[in-house]
Design a protein. Structure first.
Length: 246
Protein backbone atom coordinates (compact mmCIF):
# COMPACT_ATOMS: atom_id res chain seq x y z
CA UNK A 1 0.00 0.00 0.00
CA UNK A 2 1.27 3.46 -0.92
CA UNK A 3 0.09 6.76 0.56
CA UNK A 4 0.58 10.51 0.26
CA UNK A 5 0.08 13.21 2.89
CA UNK A 6 -0.90 16.79 2.03
CA UNK A 7 -1.06 19.47 4.75
CA UNK A 8 0.13 23.09 4.55
CA UNK A 9 1.17 22.98 8.21
CA UNK A 10 4.60 21.41 7.80
CA UNK A 11 4.98 20.19 11.38
CA UNK A 12 1.55 18.52 11.34
CA UNK A 13 2.33 16.76 8.06
CA UNK A 14 5.62 15.46 9.43
CA UNK A 15 3.99 14.39 12.69
CA UNK A 16 1.32 12.46 10.79
CA UNK A 17 3.99 10.78 8.64
CA UNK A 18 5.97 9.75 11.71
CA UNK A 19 2.99 8.30 13.54
CA UNK A 20 1.67 6.46 10.49
CA UNK A 21 5.09 4.87 10.04
CA UNK A 22 4.96 3.60 13.62
CA UNK A 23 1.38 2.31 13.40
CA UNK A 24 1.63 0.81 9.91
CA UNK A 25 5.26 0.00 8.99
CA UNK A 26 4.18 -1.72 5.77
CA UNK A 27 2.53 1.45 4.45
CA UNK A 28 4.87 3.26 2.06
CA UNK A 29 4.47 7.03 2.35
CA UNK A 30 5.72 8.14 -1.04
CA UNK A 31 5.18 11.90 -0.75
CA UNK A 32 4.52 14.61 1.84
CA UNK A 33 3.08 17.74 0.21
CA UNK A 34 2.03 21.17 1.41
CA UNK A 35 -0.51 22.66 -1.02
CA UNK A 36 -3.56 21.61 -3.00
CA UNK A 37 -1.94 21.86 -6.43
CA UNK A 38 0.87 19.51 -5.41
CA UNK A 39 -1.65 17.09 -3.92
CA UNK A 40 -3.68 17.00 -7.15
CA UNK A 41 -0.53 16.41 -9.20
CA UNK A 42 0.58 13.59 -6.91
CA UNK A 43 -2.81 11.88 -7.03
CA UNK A 44 -2.49 11.68 -10.82
CA UNK A 45 1.24 11.04 -11.19
CA UNK A 46 1.81 8.68 -8.25
CA UNK A 47 -1.63 7.04 -8.13
CA UNK A 48 -1.42 6.19 -4.41
CA UNK A 49 -3.75 3.75 -2.68
CA UNK A 50 -4.49 6.19 0.16
CA UNK A 51 -4.35 9.98 0.44
CA UNK A 52 -4.42 11.92 3.71
CA UNK A 53 -5.60 15.36 2.61
CA UNK A 54 -6.01 18.53 4.63
CA UNK A 55 -9.13 20.41 3.55
CA UNK A 56 -7.92 24.01 3.75
CA UNK A 57 -4.68 24.43 1.80
CA UNK A 58 -3.14 27.15 -0.39
CA UNK A 59 -3.85 26.92 -4.09
CA UNK A 60 -6.85 24.65 -3.84
CA UNK A 61 -8.52 22.62 -1.12
CA UNK A 62 -7.98 18.95 -0.44
CA UNK A 63 -11.59 18.49 -1.47
CA UNK A 64 -10.89 19.96 -4.92
CA UNK A 65 -7.78 17.83 -5.29
CA UNK A 66 -9.72 14.67 -4.47
CA UNK A 67 -12.55 15.56 -6.85
CA UNK A 68 -10.07 15.95 -9.70
CA UNK A 69 -8.60 12.50 -9.09
CA UNK A 70 -9.82 9.84 -11.52
CA UNK A 71 -7.96 6.97 -9.87
CA UNK A 72 -9.30 4.58 -7.26
CA UNK A 73 -7.69 6.25 -4.27
CA UNK A 74 -9.12 6.10 -0.76
CA UNK A 75 -9.17 9.58 0.76
CA UNK A 76 -8.87 10.38 4.46
CA UNK A 77 -9.71 14.02 5.05
CA UNK A 78 -7.91 15.91 7.79
CA UNK A 79 -10.36 18.50 9.08
CA UNK A 80 -10.53 21.35 11.55
CA UNK A 81 -14.31 21.12 11.96
CA UNK A 82 -15.71 20.65 15.44
CA UNK A 83 -17.09 17.32 16.64
CA UNK A 84 -20.75 17.77 15.84
CA UNK A 85 -19.96 18.70 12.23
CA UNK A 86 -17.62 15.78 11.74
CA UNK A 87 -20.23 13.33 13.01
CA UNK A 88 -22.03 13.77 9.68
CA UNK A 89 -19.39 11.54 8.12
CA UNK A 90 -19.41 8.77 10.72
CA UNK A 91 -21.13 6.34 8.34
CA UNK A 92 -18.90 7.15 5.36
CA UNK A 93 -16.61 4.44 3.99
CA UNK A 94 -13.76 6.93 3.75
CA UNK A 95 -12.47 8.14 7.11
CA UNK A 96 -11.73 11.58 8.56
CA UNK A 97 -9.24 12.83 11.12
CA UNK A 98 -10.02 15.78 13.35
CA UNK A 99 -7.15 18.11 14.22
CA UNK A 100 -5.37 17.67 16.55
CA UNK A 101 -5.36 13.94 15.81
CA UNK A 102 -5.15 11.76 18.89
CA UNK A 103 -3.11 8.54 18.87
CA UNK A 104 -6.25 6.50 19.55
CA UNK A 105 -8.18 8.08 16.67
CA UNK A 106 -5.30 7.60 14.24
CA UNK A 107 -4.98 3.95 15.27
CA UNK A 108 -8.70 3.42 14.55
CA UNK A 109 -8.27 5.05 11.15
CA UNK A 110 -5.35 2.76 10.29
CA UNK A 111 -7.31 -0.29 11.40
CA UNK A 112 -10.26 0.77 9.26
CA UNK A 113 -8.05 1.28 6.22
CA UNK A 114 -6.33 -2.08 6.69
CA UNK A 115 -9.63 -3.94 6.90
CA UNK A 116 -11.65 -2.27 4.15
CA UNK A 117 -11.07 -2.14 0.42
CA UNK A 118 -14.54 -1.04 -0.74
CA UNK A 119 -14.23 2.67 -0.10
CA UNK A 120 -16.75 4.97 -1.76
CA UNK A 121 -15.07 8.38 -1.96
CA UNK A 122 -17.84 10.00 -4.00
CA UNK A 123 -20.34 9.69 -1.14
CA UNK A 124 -17.87 11.21 1.31
CA UNK A 125 -16.99 14.04 -1.07
CA UNK A 126 -20.64 14.90 -1.71
CA UNK A 127 -21.38 15.09 2.01
CA UNK A 128 -18.30 17.15 2.72
CA UNK A 129 -19.09 19.53 -0.15
CA UNK A 130 -22.55 20.10 1.32
CA UNK A 131 -21.13 20.81 4.76
CA UNK A 132 -18.53 23.25 3.40
CA UNK A 133 -21.23 25.10 1.48
CA UNK A 134 -23.31 25.64 4.62
CA UNK A 135 -20.55 26.19 7.16
CA UNK A 136 -20.05 29.82 8.16
CA UNK A 137 -16.45 30.88 7.74
CA UNK A 138 -14.73 32.22 10.84
CA UNK A 139 -14.64 35.99 11.10
CA UNK A 140 -11.60 37.52 9.44
CA UNK A 141 -10.23 41.04 9.55
CA UNK A 142 -11.46 43.54 6.97
CA UNK A 143 -9.86 46.68 8.38
CA UNK A 144 -6.69 47.56 10.27
CA UNK A 145 -6.16 50.46 12.66
CA UNK A 146 -2.68 51.96 12.55
CA UNK A 147 -1.48 54.80 14.75
CA UNK A 148 0.13 57.59 12.70
CA UNK A 149 1.25 60.38 15.02
CA UNK A 150 -1.85 61.61 16.84
CA UNK A 151 -4.29 60.10 14.36
CA UNK A 152 -5.58 56.61 13.63
CA UNK A 153 -5.43 55.52 10.00
CA UNK A 154 -7.94 52.93 8.77
CA UNK A 155 -6.53 50.55 6.17
CA UNK A 156 -8.52 47.96 4.21
CA UNK A 157 -6.90 44.54 4.55
CA UNK A 158 -7.21 44.01 0.78
CA UNK A 159 -4.86 46.97 0.24
CA UNK A 160 -2.03 45.35 2.20
CA UNK A 161 0.81 43.94 0.09
CA UNK A 162 2.55 42.15 2.94
CA UNK A 163 3.12 42.02 6.70
CA UNK A 164 6.47 41.62 8.43
CA UNK A 165 7.23 40.93 12.07
CA UNK A 166 8.94 43.77 13.94
CA UNK A 167 9.59 42.45 17.45
CA UNK A 168 6.33 42.91 19.38
CA UNK A 169 4.84 44.90 16.49
CA UNK A 170 3.92 44.19 12.87
CA UNK A 171 5.01 46.32 9.92
CA UNK A 172 2.27 46.73 7.29
CA UNK A 173 3.33 47.52 3.74
CA UNK A 174 0.71 49.13 1.51
CA UNK A 175 0.98 51.05 -1.75
CA UNK A 176 2.28 54.36 -0.50
CA UNK A 177 3.85 53.75 2.87
CA UNK A 178 4.76 51.49 5.76
CA UNK A 179 2.63 51.43 8.91
CA UNK A 180 3.13 49.85 12.30
CA UNK A 181 0.57 47.80 14.22
CA UNK A 182 0.73 47.14 17.93
CA UNK A 183 -0.18 43.50 17.30
CA UNK A 184 2.45 40.74 16.94
CA UNK A 185 2.40 38.94 13.59
CA UNK A 186 1.76 35.60 15.27
CA UNK A 187 -1.47 36.95 16.75
CA UNK A 188 -2.45 38.77 13.54
CA UNK A 189 -2.15 35.66 11.34
CA UNK A 190 -5.02 33.92 13.12
CA UNK A 191 -7.32 36.83 12.16
CA UNK A 192 -6.47 36.83 8.43
CA UNK A 193 -8.15 34.85 5.67
CA UNK A 194 -5.76 31.92 5.01
CA UNK A 195 -6.89 31.65 1.40
CA UNK A 196 -5.76 35.23 0.73
CA UNK A 197 -2.82 35.67 3.12
CA UNK A 198 -0.01 33.13 2.84
CA UNK A 199 2.97 32.84 5.14
CA UNK A 200 6.16 32.77 3.06
CA UNK A 201 8.67 33.11 5.88
CA UNK A 202 8.50 32.86 9.65
CA UNK A 203 8.40 36.68 9.75
CA UNK A 204 6.50 37.48 6.52
CA UNK A 205 2.90 37.05 5.32
CA UNK A 206 1.85 38.18 1.83
CA UNK A 207 -1.47 39.09 0.26
CA UNK A 208 -1.53 36.75 -2.77
CA UNK A 209 -4.03 39.02 -4.52
CA UNK A 210 -1.30 41.66 -4.64
CA UNK A 211 1.40 39.31 -5.95
CA UNK A 212 1.94 39.69 -9.70
CA UNK A 213 4.96 37.46 -10.24
CA UNK A 214 7.47 35.15 -8.59
CA UNK A 215 11.11 35.29 -9.69
CA UNK A 216 13.12 32.05 -9.51
CA UNK A 217 16.91 32.39 -9.67
CA UNK A 218 19.47 29.73 -10.62
CA UNK A 219 19.95 28.72 -6.99
CA UNK A 220 16.25 28.00 -6.56
CA UNK A 221 15.56 31.08 -4.47
CA UNK A 222 12.18 32.76 -4.97
CA UNK A 223 11.26 36.45 -4.61
CA UNK A 224 7.84 38.05 -5.08
CA UNK A 225 6.83 41.22 -6.94
CA UNK A 226 3.70 43.18 -6.03
CA UNK A 227 1.14 45.12 -8.00
CA UNK A 228 1.28 48.26 -5.85
CA UNK A 229 4.90 48.28 -4.63
CA UNK A 230 8.31 48.31 -6.32
CA UNK A 231 10.13 46.34 -3.62
CA UNK A 232 10.34 42.54 -3.47
CA UNK A 233 10.25 40.00 -0.64
CA UNK A 234 12.10 36.71 -0.39
CA UNK A 235 10.32 33.38 0.05
CA UNK A 236 11.97 30.93 2.43
CA UNK A 237 12.83 27.47 1.12
CA UNK A 238 10.07 25.88 3.20
CA UNK A 239 7.39 27.85 1.34
CA UNK A 240 8.90 28.04 -2.17
CA UNK A 241 6.70 25.17 -3.37
CA UNK A 242 3.64 27.46 -3.15
CA UNK A 243 4.92 29.54 -6.08
CA UNK A 244 6.50 26.98 -8.38
CA UNK A 245 3.67 27.39 -10.91
CA UNK A 246 4.09 31.17 -11.13
Amino acid sequence: MRAIIADDELHLAEDLRRRLTQLWPELEIVAVLHDGFAAAEALTAINPDIAFLDIRMPGQSGLDAARADSNDCRVVFVTAFDDHAVEAFEQAAVDYLLKPVSDERLARCVERLQQRSDAAPDAMLARLQKLLATTVKPHTLSWLRAQVGQTVRMVAVDEVCYFQSADKYTAVYIRDTELLLRTPLKELISQLDPEQFWQIHRSTVVNVRQVVSAKHDLLGKVSLNFRDRSDTVAVSKSYAHLFRQM
